[in-house]
Design a protein around this ligand. Sequence first.
Ligand code: UFG
Length: 320
Amino acid sequence: MKLLVTGGAGYVGSTCSARLVEAGHEVVVLDDLSTGHADAVPAGARFVEGDIDDVAGEVLAEGFDGVVHCAAKSLVGESMENPAKYWHGNVVTSLNLLDAMVRHSTPRLVFSSTAATYGEPESSPIAETATTRPTNTYGATKLAIDHAITSYATAHGIAAVSLRYFNVAGAHGELGERHAVETHIIPIVLQVALGQREQVQIYGDDWPTEDGTCVRDYIHVVDLADAHLLALEHAVPNEHRIYNLGNGTGFSVKQVIDTCREVTGHPIPAVVAPRRAGDPAVLVASSERARADLGWKPERADLTTIVQDAWTFTRARAGA
Ligand code: UFG
């Protein structure tokens, strides 16, 4: 297939692009480099630097079999302080992309959605039938885009799939997390192991969980990328299908730090800090639907493997 990957210079987008190229697809990456890195565009993919709003129509006019839409603003805290950046950058831009797809008859769409569309879960693990009540602007914008995709798929025959990611981690060789502002737990802990930070703060140890710290479902970025390939293959015209992607196993913040200690051999000092606003205690996915419909199953579900791959990437980038 000839595929356009928006945000293909970012963490998830670059890994998706690499896996698509490895699977023999023709890949064009569209990225404005606002948070991505030109050197993360994998060899074998063509790179178009630009804004979706300005150039998506022009690019799609070439004729594509599908779009993998990974470009997004994705910082929860920032989304609360600067909602315009998220409503315009995520929702308006995605509408412009959908309009361009309709104009140029692009038949398939796979969209990077998020567990943040559900908000505080009523039960665990979270299935796709769970209530969507986002607790932050980031999640609200992603949910709005999911609604728009449903309408466009129905009205214009697009075969659409939204993938709701839980906590993405790990790396694919030289492709990994390189955020200017790092807020995610595994890269932060690995920065401590590298000596770039003194300690990690544990945001609360009085949560209603076994060891008192928050539990999350960590999914390897390569398993996530492979779900995109399967979604492209299984997408059905006129339908918008939604799949949660996680391992189905939760790990606490303390377990994550312990695993990082084992993998890196570093003591990784940790201090307990106040809870972070908006954090739910437990977020674990039910990925039964993705397993049943897409035949997807995480091949790198072990937290040690996930941390090892992130650590290899982090050390290589730091020249350590
Ligand atoms: N945490 C710490 N210390 C840190 C950073 C994080 O204790 O320095 C904790 C958080 O409180 C949370 C856990 O580690 O309990 C995981 O936090 P991350 O920031 O790594 O990930 P989140 O669970 O907050 O975010 C993920 C995705 C978001 C998505 C969200 C859905 O990265 O994109 O799930 O709620 F919006």
